[in-house]
Design a protein around this ligand. Sequence first.
Ligand SMILES: [Zn+2]
Length: 358
Amino acid sequence: MLKLPGLIDPHVHLREPGATHKEDWDSGTAAALAGGFTMVLAMPNTKPPIFDAGTLDLALSAAQQKARCDYAQYLGAGPDNAEVAAALADKAASLKMYLDMTFGQLRLDDMSLWMPHFEKYPGQYPIVAHSESRSMAAAILFAAIHDRPVHIAHISLREEVLLIKTAKEKGIKVTCEVCPHHLFLTADSPLPQGEGLGVRVNGRSEVRPRLATQADVDALWENLDVIDCFATDHAPHTVEEKDSDNPPPGFPGLETALPLLLTAADRGRLTMNDLIAKMYTNPKKVFSLPDQPETWVEVDETVEYEIHASEQFTRCGWTPFEGWKVKGKVRKVVLRGKTAFEDGKILVERGYGQNIRK
Ligand SMILES: [Zn+2]
């Protein structure tokens, strides 16, 4: 049995308020515990989006009633909320800026709208940027100009990891995360197989950033030392939505990240020290997160099994890794002295999770 610290996922979408048929604070944090995560940072592109005191309260009161693991809620950067967001910084995970098109309506097109956020948001928290390719370069330039930390969400491309490597060498305060799906899938990967898979399967591969090429995936693995965190970007949509004519982008990921990465460790693609650094030590440091006393995860690193959506706690009902063979299973999760998950069962009630920015 392998003992790990309680893992931290700095990038999840729990869909509450507004889309609880996809996920909510209850099902999403149950999925987190089942995946070995004891702390999650929730993104603000909900309905309504979280961008001021009122909407932050809306998300946090739902979380307070329902969350089973510890959490914090991001604020979204809008065209005119820089002052309001900065004043709320100590109550939030951090600030998320959408610089490219994805799910939701928070994109900031004009770079002059980025400026007040980079000026005002407190420098002890990194501004998290959804910024792909050249807009990532622009976000890094803003970090350099304002001499403040920026954290690049879900990098996926060779050009991105190489630019971040150079920026770090120059002393720019940039950190980054990569998602398991960008490490294990390419645009050419076989489409997910599963029960009830209809004819329109392409929607299942829709994700932002898009799945990339083998050369991009290889570059991420070759530059693993540049990558600070593994984040799931857990972004559940139902099977019906994914298989519809207008499939929304996003994959679930909370319950598959650790087994996939443990399997990669077993095959010698990364070390257990890499895994702990990128799923605990680094996110804790990057986001100034508190200790969780008496918190750990027990993993049986020898057991081999197949991933099946039918065994997951996420409400979305599918996974891009359906049928994948993995090695390493979460047996038990202890959160603040209490067994929160054991052998497939959630053992803490709704509301046990605490807001770590309280
Ligand atoms: Zn996301």
